[in-house]
Every structure is written in C-alpha cells, then in structure tokens.
Design a protein around this ligand. Structure first.
Ligand code: B12
Length: 171
C-alpha cells in the first residue's frame, strides 16, 4: 500500500523554514532507484543527505520481507557518488536504531520527530561540531552506540502541516 511520506515532508519543510535549500526525492514508484539517485545528486549537489526509512519489514509471518538490504543498496548508490554526511531518520529508526546503524554502516540517525533536530544538523556538520548534545540524536562511533531521548512534539493542534503538493507529484 503506498503511503504518503508525510514525515519526510515535515522534516524537509522544517529544514527549509530554518533557511536551508531542500530537495526531496521520493523513491516509492521509481523503477530504477540508483538512476533516480544519480540524477537527483547531480541536480542538487547536497551538503547533507537525510534518508527517511519507514519500514524494517512487512510484519507478515507467512510471507516475510526484510527491507534493510534494500536500504543498504540505496546507501551504496549514494556512497559511490558522494561522501557527504548521510543521516537516517523515520519510524524504522525509532524502532531499531542501533541495529539499523550497524547494518548500514551509517554513523548518525535522528530518533523521533525529525523536524526538531534535522534542521540543526547542516550547520553543525559543516563546522565539524559534535552532535552528541542534540535531542533524539543516535550515534555510532568507534563501534559504540549511544542515543539521546527522542524529540516528541506530541499531538498538538498546531502540529505542522506540510504542503504535500510542493514536494511530490501526488497524482
Ligand atoms: C499510520 C500508520 C500506518 C497506516 C498508514 C496510513 C497512511 N495513509 O499513511 C497503515 C495502517 C496503512 C500502515 C501500514 C503499514 N505499517 Co504502519 N504505522 C503507522 C504509524 C502508527 C504512524 C505512521 C505515521 O504516519 N506517523 C506520522 C508521521 C508524521 O511520522 P513519521 O513518518 O514517523 O515521521 C517522523 C519521524 O519518523 C521523523 N522522520 C521521518 N522521516 C525522516 C527523515 C529524516 C532524514 C529524519 C532526520 C527524520 C525523519 O520525523 C518525522 C516527523 O516528525 C506507525 C507507528 C508510529 N507511531 O510511528 C506505524 C509503522 C510505521 N507501521 C509499521 C508497519 C510494519 C506497517 C506495515 C508493513 C504493516 C502491514 N503488514 O501491512 C504497513 C506498510 C505500509 C507501507 N506501504 O509502508 C511499522 C514499521 C516498523 C517495521 N516493523 O517495519 C510501524 C513503526 C509500527 C510498529 N511499531 O511496528 N501503517
């Protein structure tokens, strides 16, 4: 079932509101994700890449599917073209951060509400400043995992509502 990447839009829009130039690549319907990644990287030439990871598996005991190997190959596609920092986020990371960081070889992730922490990362990363005091940050450094409690803006009436049409072709 195709679900809308609402969480990724929220993070994208929050980063833009914080003054960053942001582009979104939705891989849901891409037949050739590696090619889509190559084109997007050429077009946007990013300083930081955030990957929104929703599902670890399909929760189906009769016909199980495990999605982390697919994530690993997306990361390899990115890594074969750029060395810029990659930060993982999304509901899958909040469920199993340490395992997913170890399985992918990525060293940082944001747990919980990414719109709080992700917009702070580009400045820190560009200055080579540590990330370890940030809310919801999970880090894998020299084989040791550590994580700060996730940010949660909770269920509020003023929860941000991103402009979906801006980020992907909804139709
Ligand atoms: C609603 C929901 C559904 C609905 C979706 C309806 C719809 N039209 O969107 C339905 C019932 C259809 C559904 C189906 C499934 N779901 Co569901 N679902 C959820 C639920 C309860 C909320 C998801 C949501 O919309 N959250 C609101 C958005 C705004 O939050 P978000 O996506 O998490 O994004 C935030 C952060 O994650 C973060 N973030 C997101 N992207 C990024 C990127 C970066 C770079 C950063 C830094 C941060 C970041 O910031 C965002 C904004 O705050 C979650 C559990 C949960 N509480 O998260 C499970 C959950 C995501 N589902 C899960 C599963 C397994 C499934 C199914 C596979 C179940 C099944 N067997 O069919 C399917 C898969 C559907 C699919 N194609 O992906 C699991 C995924 C973990 C796993 N085991 O893989 C979860 C986590 C539940 C769980 N605890 O097991 N689901």
């Amino acid at each position: 079932m195709p679900v809308m990447p609402i969480g990724a839009f929220m993070v994208a829009e929050a980063a833009e509101l914080a003054g960053h130039k942001v582009s979104v690549l939705d891989l849901m319907f891409e037949r050739d994700p590696a090619r889509a990644i190559a084109l997007a990287l050429r077009k946007s030439n990013p300083d930081v890449i955030g990957l929104s990871v929703r599902n670890i598996d399909n929760n189906d005991m009769r016909d199980p599917a495990f999605y982390i190997p697919g994530l690993r190959s997306l990361i390899q596609s990115i890594r074969s073209r750029t060395e810029v920092p990659i930060v993982l986020g999304g509901s899958a990371l909040t469920v199993m951060p340490e395992e997913i960081l170890r399985a992918t070889g990525i060293s940082s992730a944001v747990l919980g509400d990414g719109e709080v922490t992700f917009p702070l990362l580009p400045k820190r990363l560009s200055r080579g400043e540590p990330l370890d005091d940030l809310v919801g940050i999970a880090l894998l450094a020299a084989g040791a995992f550590r994580a700060n409690p996730p940010a949660s803006t909770g269920a509020r009436n003023d929860c941000m509502t991103p402009d979906y049409q801006r980020w992907i072709d909804i139709r």
